[in-house]
Design a binder for this molecule. Structure first.
Ligand code: ATP
Ligand code: MG
Length: 409
């Protein structure tokens, strides 16, 4: 039996709330077009009868403080429209958009400006760097717009460049930078204003695959430090599953499914989502916690004789210290001596992986027939994955071609 452990929900409160958000493009969206949508008309019917285009149709969701919320969907499904409703670049046709419980669709122009300045920043796929300004001036541009003094501006822009790994490049010019580095300047520009919310619309899509992956990693590392609330649009499923704490799949302006990467992959709501997931390499997406079983444990002072039945039955017993951290592994060959304490005969080379590690990384660790200890952030034992568990899930989990090359350092 598989134990399914969903990633612990550490989020506390909703940063952004959408309530039945509708965005229709055209001259008089709030009349007949909205009425038709509310009566259940399709986007095509609205277009045919009224000439209006439905961008977003009745989306409700809570985005939690500190999460990377990914929006995915085919071209034209309404991703950009939705993200632009969040900072009111688009006026919504109907519904509410709350940031920190304040409905931004109702605030004054002055207040909106303030909210945008203090709370949100956008990063796009192609954003222009000023060629004749230095990198640090480019990174500080958002601050300049906010009339922040030059000395403070430089300091904050340098801090932001440091966050994206470009501290050394502040006084160079954009043409000195590679495409990936230029994209980082865009990210630094957004971070320099220290917004609570980052709205990223296909921000990495123009980068070549290696740089793109590097940026994804960097975003995740960065996120651990700065804990922004990030709304991240992408076309790329693997990117979505890698960076997202939750993923929303959109179709024709509607939210088809919202869930953790694991939920989306293993429990697709409908055929549309299932088709999306068809190409997913499960082993790279599903976390170790998805296949882990309860581990059998004992303390180092237990006598070997007392454990022989358990070792035989389970194939392995994990020896843990007082904090619950695995410090040894006892397997059938270790029982040969038959006497003494566990400490004397156990192997202290315990293969370990984090609960969040992709299953693909376990293949190698368990390659020699070893059980792998699954540990939490503090190194405490959460469960175990036996080579058999992995084999048993092979039906659901595709083995990567060359697991050796897939194991991160
Ligand atoms: N300013 C606009 N005026 C009229 N229609 C628009 C406008 N912006 C978007 N649309 C329409 O709204 C729908 C959703 O578009 P949107 O740009 O949000 O999709 P998307 O998911 O971001 O697509 P892509 O992946 O290509 O960026 C599309 O039918 C699009 O043609
Ligand atoms: Mg778009």
């Amino acid at each position: 039996m598989l134990l399914i452990h969903h990633r612990e929900d550490t989020f506390v409160d909703a940063k952004i709330q959408l309530r039945d958000v509708v965005k229709i493009f055209g001259r008089q969206p709030r009349g007949r077009p909205l009425e038709m949508l509310k009566q259940g008309a399709s986007n095509g019917e609205v277009r045919d009868e009224t000439g209006h285009v439905v961008g977003v149709s009745g989306v409700s969701l809570d985005i939690q403080q500190g999460e990377v919320f990914v929006v995915m969907g085919l071209s034209g499904s309404g991703k950009s429209t939705l993200i632009r409703c969040i900072n009111r670049i688009h006026e919504v046709t109907d519904g509410e958009v709350l940031i920190d419980d304040e409905d931004i669709t109702q605030v004054s122009v002055e207040r909106l400006r303030q909210i945008r300045r203090q709370k949100t920043a956008m990063v796009f796929q192609h954003f222009a760097l000023f060629p004749h300004k230095t990198v640090v001036e480019n990174a500080g541009y958002g601050l300049k717009v906010q009339a922040v003094e030059p000395s403070e501006r430089r300091e904050r822009a340098m801090d932001a460049l440091d966050l994206v790994g470009l501290a050394e490049w502040g006084d160079r010019y954009p043409h000195n930078l590679s495409g990936g580095m230029q994209q980082r300047v865009g990210l630094a520009r957004a971070l320099a204003t220290d917004p609570d919310i980052l709205l990223m619309d296909e921000a990495f899509s123009a980068l070549d695959p290696l740089i793109r992956r590097e940026m994804q990693n960097e975003l995740l590392t960065l996120q651990q430090r700065v804990k922004k609330t990030i709304v991240f649009i992408t076309h790329d499923l693997n990117e979505a599953l890698r960076v997202g704490s939750r993923v929303m799949i959109m179709k024709e302006g509607r939210a088809v499914q919202v869930g953790t990467p694991t939920e989306i992959v293993t429990e697709p709501e409908d055929q549309y989502v299932a088709d999306f997931m068809a190409d997913v390499d499960h082993a790279k997406v599903l976390p170790a916690s998805f296949v882990m079983q309860q581990a059998t444990t004992a303390s180092p002072s237990t006598s070997v004789a007392d454990l022989s039945d358990e070792v035989d039955e389970h194939g392995a017993v994990f020896i843990i210290d007082d904090e619950g951290r695995p410090i040894g592994l006892l397997r059938p060959p270790d029982l040969r001596s038959g006497a003494g304490t566990v400490q004397e005969v156990m192997s202290d080379d315990v293969p370990k992986a984090r609960d969040t590690a992709a299953i693909a990384t376990l293949f190698q660790l368990s390659g020699d027939g070893h059980h792998v200890a699954i540990v939490d952030e503090e190194g405490r034992l959460l469960g175990a994955v036996s080579p058999l568990d992995i084999l048993a899930t092979l039906g659901e989990v595709e083995v990567v071609d060359d697991p050796q090359s897939e194991v991160p350092a």
